[in-house]
Design a protein around this ligand. Sequence first.
Ligand SMILES: NC(=O)c1ccc[n+]([C@@H]2O[C@H](COP(=O)([O-])OP(=O)(O)OC[C@H]3O[C@@H](n4cnc5c(N)ncnc54)[C@H](O)[C@@H]3O)[C@@H](O)[C@H]2O)c1
Ligand SMILES: [Zn+2]
Length: 365
Amino acid sequence: MLGVMATVELKLPHHRYEIRIAPGLLSELGREVRAVAAHGRAAVIVDQSITSTHGQAAAESLQQAGYQVHQAIMPLGEQNKTLATFDKLQQSLLDAKLERRSPVVAVGGGITGDVVGFVAATYLRGVPLVQCPTTLLAMVDASVGGKVGVNVTQGKNLIGAFYQPQLVMIDTDTLNTLPPREVRCGLAECIKHGVIRDAQLFDWIEQHAEQLLSLDSDTMVELIEANVRIKAAVVTEDEMEAGVRAHLNFGHTFAHAIESTTDYNTFKHGEAVGLGMTAAAHLAADLSRCDASVPVRLLSALQAVGLPVKAELPATDKLLDAMTMDKKVADGKVRLVLPDRIGAVSIVNDVPTSAIAKAWDALGG
Ligand SMILES: NC(=O)c1ccc[n+]([C@@H]2O[C@H](COP(=O)([O-])OP(=O)(O)OC[C@H]3O[C@@H](n4cnc5c(N)ncnc54)[C@H](O)[C@@H]3O)[C@@H](O)[C@H]2O)c1
Ligand SMILES: [Zn+2]
């Protein structure tokens, strides 16, 4: 028996799919996949740390629904989000003789979803993809919207595609094994959604911090549904990131600079995003683009869910350099997403470097 559940539909001109959210949903996976990609064979590619738990549950459900299941492992960490892993996974699908209509199912966090999604986008020029995100970050962000890809030495996510799944199955019970630090990282992206689009969600997160951190099942379903609705709405409006989809990068130009100057091993992405949003809010207030209460409220929400708002960071010069390397740079100018208020943001092109430097200093530990 499933508990509270929700379904969000994502409708694009060329494709529609459902995002289902409920505790225990992996047990329904086989039946649901059959409805969108009926075939004799399926592949399940699972994050290495959860193969015997959630990966096994996914494979069993597919077997029960009559699929002959090929299982493969996604090795851990950004250092494996590479073309080498992509190649290995492609070879394993070829060896298993997966066909054009065989579904490929990703079970894991954003790293697994991004790599497996890129594999599905290109294997035999594209096979049906099903995302089963198992981190909060992947549930509310990475698994929805079709951005897939890998890292190269020149930077993160530089090689990839837009490839929408046929189905997203979010089993909130999988969060019960997720380390608390990863839960907080997911909450950073939820706070981001509140700032860019939904002041009510922003308040709700702060008010429900305790239930969220203790993974109360109904509260998680409500949180994920609200966030998936925002992500789906933004993607529907602008699938290829020609305009408003860039709002989802709020805090991220700063965050990517933090991540790249600390070799991706000091801060988790969500923590860097929390710090990046803080810097962006300070900057917007400093430029009188928003009220001084915006950074104050943002700090308070981040702290309520246990995210850092100050940190010891590399020298400001290094961070400024790293910002101009980010792929969101247009014509050599840093483009920033800055808050107008809680619930709305704008893209700003002409921010003086001195103001950005001051925003970095505001994060000083
Ligand atoms: N495609 C997009 O639109 C998009 C959006 C945001 C982020 N991303 C990408 O997502 C990646 C980050 O995703 P992430 O934060 O999920 O990282 P991740 O995939 O590395 O998962 C985080 C950690 O949690 C572990 N894990 C996963 N599920 C678990 C579970 N249920 N129980 C216990 N442990 C579990 C993983 O092994 C890993 O150690 C980045 O590479 C980023 O670029 C993509
Ligand atoms: Zn992010």
